[in-house]
Design a protein around this ligand. Structure first.
Ligand code: C2O
Ligand code: CU
Ligand code: CU
Length: 490
């Protein structure tokens, strides 16, 4: 597997893309903004949402229809906006000819409402989860989670964003005009075949490395440009890609910007950054000050080392500061109070290793993924024995990669955790500047990034019969079985 030379391959793809871009062969379309749904109150006082999972067609290339999947539209789904304390009732209607599920990634909720592999929605039926928004303001997302099919369903277009507000977020003076100075940015990479149809897994490499594309879609569209106002602007960035980690992401002119939130909520105060890494499943919220930039064209870029050793940048999202405004909105100094976890003697400590194994032979490889848990290796099946977590306890999970080749974003359902440390070999390091806060997904790999030690508290929703999932958010790894189950027992 060493000779896949993944980094090389990716650089080639990136170089090709960058070249096309600099030759300006791309027409730039306006960035689509997913519709915002705030729910309709029913007689029970619940905010109700209706999500129809359906087939669709998108004209990515002029005159050609590409088959896609979407929610209430041809690709992706609406952004759901809710507030802490809301009771929500979501009618999820599966109009596809196959079964699927819809999972609320990052949501703290009863396992039965989670939309994982156990909450299957058969073709032409619907599912009606009801739950209370029981967590602080954050940017979450939703996507299918059918065992063995998650990668394909997401790849074809099923995903959407969730915005949770709370009293704190509403009292902070932050940009919050959705689509104007508060932009959802869903980054995904895709590959189109000669017929300009979405090409899912073509070969073993796509399966073991995960499905990587050679074209970037932002909010489900190709070659788009965001129009932003000349003021402080909030970017809610979600890496909704199946397998691609975006490294060294920053602004094209190298300017500094401020992180205000991790996966599960605000950081304590804005964190000044000029680059960050975002793995599949992770979100980051940024504030960028465009107040002196009216008329300028910039881009969110990914920097990488070209084969000749030079640093190049590949545009993920071109931006034009085209909306003049006199706003002098300033960044709040304080955003949140976080109760920081520390190691304690009572913590249950568990070990997780994300592994890919060839159970076939060199001629006929058959890859299986698994999360080895406290030494027990079994690929995920609906009947995998869940680990038992006790209600009202805190656990420390030590996550490592069983290989040095692949990226493994490790995700835990139901809870938001904190990264106590990063590990390389048996050395401990501080987590990266942009991961100090509430997280539900942590990037783990075998090389210099290494593993992670995370800690979380299980404080609600015990139900010995309904498991939650933990898994690699490289969706092809997940579909190969790199997933396990846990239950919260009273
Ligand atoms: Cu984003 Cu278990 O999923
Ligand atoms: Cu999840
Ligand atoms: Cu993985």
């Amino acid at each position: 597997m060493e000779n896949f030379m993944l980094t090389r391959l990716r650089n080639c793809l990136l170089t090709t893309g960058a070249l096309l871009y600099s030759l300006n062969l791309f027409a730039q379309n306006p960035l689509p903004i997913p519709e915002l749904l705030e729910g309709k109150l029913n007689e029970k006082g619940e905010k109700t949402f209706k999500l129809n999972i359906q087939e669709g067609e998108v004209e990515f290339f002029s005159g050609i229809k590409t088959k896609t999947l979407g929610i209430n539209g041809p690709i992706l789904g609406p952004t759901l906006k809710v507030k802490r304390g809301d009771l929500v009732n979501i009618n999820v209607n599966n109009q596809l000819t196959e079964k699927t599920t819809l999972h609320w990634h990052g949501m703290h909720l009863p396992a039965k409402m989670d939309g994982g592999p156990h909450q299957m929605i058969e073709s032409k039926t619907s599912w009606n989860p009801e739950f209370k928004i029981n967590q602080e303001a954050a940017t979450l997302w939703y996507h299918p989670h059918l065992l063995g099919k998650t990668g394909e369903h997401v790849y074809r277009g099923l995903a959407g964003m969730i915005i949770i507000e709370d009293e704190n977020s509403e009292s902070l003076d932050l940009p919050n005009d959705y689509g104007y100075d508060d932009l959802p940015i869903i980054i995904q990479d895709r590959r189109f075949n000669e017929k300009k149809q979405l090409q899912y897994i073509e070969n073993t490499r796509d399966q073991v490395a995960g499905m990587m594309g050679n074209q970037i879609l932002i909010n489900g569209a190709l070659d788009v440009r965001a129009e932003v106002p000349s003021k402080l602007t909030r970017l809610r960035i979600l890496n909704g890609s199946n397998a691609t980690v975006y490294r060294n992401v920053g602004m094209s002119d190298g300017r500094k910007f401020y992180q205000i939130a991790t996966d599960g909520g605000f950081v304590e105060k804005p964190v000044e950054l000029d680059n960050f890494v975002l793995a599949p499943g992770e979100r980051i919220e940024l504030l960028v000050d465009f107040s002196a930039d009216f008329g300028k064209e910039l881009a969110i870029v990914e920097r990488y080392q070209a084969q000749d050793g030079s640093t190049q940048s590949f545009p993920l999202l071109p931006i034009k500061v085209s909306r003049k405004t006199a706003s002098t909105q300033k960044m709040p100094e304080k955003l949140n109070d976080i109760e920081w976890f520390e190691l304690s003697d009572d913590d249950t400590i568990r070990q997780f290793r994300l592994m890919l194994m060839n159970t076939g032979d060199a001629q006929n490889p058959k890859f299986v993924g698994m999360v080895q848990t406290d030494g027990n290796s079994q690929p995920m099946s609906m009947k995998s024995t869940p680990i038992e977590v006790k209600l009202n306890t805190e656990e420390v999970w030590v996550i490592g990669a069983g290989d040095h080749m692949f990226d493994h974003p490790f995700h835990v359902h139901d809870v938001q955790f904190q990264i106590l440390a990063r590990t390389v070999g048996n050395k401990f390091y501080e987590p990266y500047a942009w991961e100090k806060g509430w997280k539900d997904t942590v990037y783990v790999t075998g090389g210099m990034v290494g593993g992670a030690v995370i800690k979380m508290r299980f404080k609600d929703y015990s139900d010995p019969d309904s498991p939650y999932m933990y898994h690699c958010h490289n969706l092809e790894h997940e579909d190969l079985g790199m997933m396990g189950q846990f239950v919260i027992v009273p």
